[in-house]
Design a protein around this ligand. Structure first.
Ligand code: A2P
Length: 275
């Protein structure tokens, strides 16, 4: 018998569409709205679903014969029993305009295949790992900071998160609170991972684009750390297109070389999903 799933509630009638091939149909477990632009949700994890922390997967909704799929970074670590996503809400977005309405019990589709460049194996060993993010670009790093493998490879992890306003930083702040209290990795990560959050459009104690904070040296002063160097450090970048370009140029100017799984090196880049 062909598998079907019921469409999300905003459709006038609840219709059952066939599940496409090579996808898992999973149930939403919980949803949390942070602002009118950001929300996170968790879905059940099929036993056969395998991925590396930091990777992304194509997700969709069973609300059409041919559902719209978009790439989403998996925000939960590879060991987690559920799958977490952190998403933007785009009013007319072909996927997010519907996805933002999901409720516990609804179905979300996940393609089987996962991929991505923000994996620790794409970097050569070093002392410190800097993860630079804006907006929902924090998602793959939410996965990596919760994975003990990241701490096997790096002594110190510094995650930067820049958003327009204070409310948009809440996901990262909650992530770090939960990390410290986590019975599994709370002890491993103690004193080894730091969150550096900044805002650009609302006045808060720590303001500015990360590029500017690095260039002026304020970032290093705030954290009391040595400046970025390819000899000691590796960098992962995820967020808006403009930020990726500027941070890439900045680290290349410092002598960092871009890496990949085939050719591990000093830094890796991935665009956060938009739309
Ligand atoms: P800004 O407010 O100065 O544009 P968005 O919500 O539009 O995706 O942006 C997320 C964050 O990324 C914002 O705080 C934004 O700052 C910042 N940002 C945008 N472009 C760049 C860039 N080229 N370099 C550094 N940060 C950037």
């Amino acid at each position: 018998m062909q598998q079907t799933a019921t469409a999300v509630k905003d459709d006038a009638e609840r219709v059952a569409f066939p599940i496409p091939a090579n996808v898992f149909a999973e149930k939403v477990v919980s949803v949390k709205h942070y602002t009118d632009r950001l929300f996170s949700f968790r879905v059940t994890r099929p036993q056969a679903f395998r991925f590396r922390s930091g990777e992304f997967v194509m997700i969709g909704l069973p609300n059409a014969e041919k559902p719209v799929f978009r790439a989403y970074s998996i925000a939960s670590p590879a060991w987690d029993e559920e799958i977490e996503f952190f998403s933007i809400k785009v009013p007319d977005g072909p996927l997010t305009s519907h996805l933002q309405k999901v409720q516990p019990g609804d179905t979300v589709l996940l393609r089987h295949k996962t991929t991505g460049t923000l994996v620790v194996d794409a970097l050569t060993p070093a002392k410190r790992l800097f993860m630079i993010s804006t907006g929902t670009g924090i998602a793959p790093f939410a996965s990596l900071v919760r994975d003990p493998d990241t701490y096997e490879k790096f002594d110190q992890i510094i995650l930067t998160h820049t958003c327009r306003d204070h409310a948009e930083l809440a996901y990262g702040v909650e992530l770090f609170e939960a990390l410290a209290a986590d019975p599994l990795i709370g002890e491993v990560v103690q004193d080894r991972v730091t969150l550096y959050s900044t805002t650009t459009r609302e006045i808060t104690p720590r303001m500015g684009r990360i590029t500017r904070l690095i260039e002026t040296g304020r970032f290093y002063e705030d954290l009391g750390i040595a400046p970025l160097s390819p000899e000691t450090d590796r960098v992962m970048i995820c967020g808006s297109m403009h930020m990726l370009k500027d941070v890439k140029e900045l680290v290349e100017g410092l002598g960092f070389k871009e890496g990949s799984l085939a050719h591990p090196a000093d830094f890796v880049v991935e665009r956060a999903f938009v739309g």
